[in-house]
Design a binder for this molecule. Structure first.
Ligand SMILES: Nc1ncnc2c1ncn2[C@@H]1O[C@H](COP(=O)(O)OP(=O)(O)OP(=O)(O)O)[C@@H](O)[C@H]1O
Length: 228
């Protein structure tokens, strides 16, 4: 079976303009694959380039070299490195999700609308989206009293749960998760692991970045790290 995603000789460097103009290349000839329904966990020392790999796949960063082959439902097999911006936007709405370590939210938008936002963008009517959003807030253990409030004032763990909910609710075919269990207590971590397993069961491919090899790592199908 062809992989859903194939990262082929990926290179990403950064020029440190604010220091001395030096160039660093944390992502150096990276090769990895993930199949539908599979969970690949990326681990390694801090600053090695794990998040940068996810950001290249999501095209937040434009890679310097290599290919990122994605088998899209809409566009067929395409190279995410070279795809047009409107193609990338469509894929982000429908096929590829990214949950960063940090929640960025608009003030004055409720937790419910924040979690529903990916469904609104897909064109779902607000009543249906809100029904689904409430189910996710419930599942994530967010107290009902917080649903009308803006997540700006939420605790780190509550914000992380909203962030994860936003990524899962859109049911992407590929889900990129940056430290998904980092600021969560054991009970919530368990819920997130179950969400990952349920998504895999539906055919979603997961790439997670995590230092939690004993926890999350025990549930990954494969693990990948850098050649040092
Ligand atoms: N936009 C950027 N501009 C300049 N340097 C960057 C940028 N993004 C990442 N870097 C640098 O690239 C290196 C890799 O960063 P990255 O965040 O990918 O590491 P990481 O392995 O995910 O680290 P951690 O485990 O601490 O989250 C770091 O030295 C970082 O400072």
């Amino acid at each position: 079976m062809q992989p859903l995603l194939e990262v082929d000789h990926l290179v990403k460097s950064f020029t440190l303009h604010l220091i001395d103009g030096r160039t660093i290349t944390p992502v150096r000839d990276v090769n990895l694959t993930v199949h539908a329904g599979e969970h690949l966990l990326i681990y390694g020392r801090s600053g090695m380039g794990k998040t940068s790999i996810l950001k290249c796949i999501y095209r937040t960063y434009i890679p310097d070299a290599g290919h990122i082959w994605f088998s899209s439902e809409q566009f067929g097999r395409i190279d995410l490195r070279l795809a047009a911006d409107d193609v990338i936007l469509h894929l982000r709405e429908r096929e590829i999700g990214f949950c960063s370590q940090f929640l960025r939210v608009l003030p004055r938008v409720s937790a419910l609308d924040t979690i529903c936002e990916p469904l609104y963008r897909q064109g779902m009517d607000r009543a249906t989206a809100r029904h689904i959003g409430q189910e996710w807030l419930e599942r994530l253990g967010i107290a009902r009293s917080l649903w009308p409030a803006s997540p700006v004032t939420f605790s780190g763990g509550e914000q992380q749960r909203i962030n994860l909910g936003r990524a899962f609710i859109a049911r992407p075919r590929l889900l990129l998760l940056d430290e998904p269990t980092a600021s969560l207590d054991e009970g919530t971590k368990r819920i997130v692991i179950e969400m990952i397993q349920a998504a895999q069961h539906d055919g979603t491919a997961i790439i997670s970045v995590s230092h939690d090899l004993a926890g999350l790592g025990a549930y990954a199908d494969r693990k990948w790290t850098f050649n040092e």
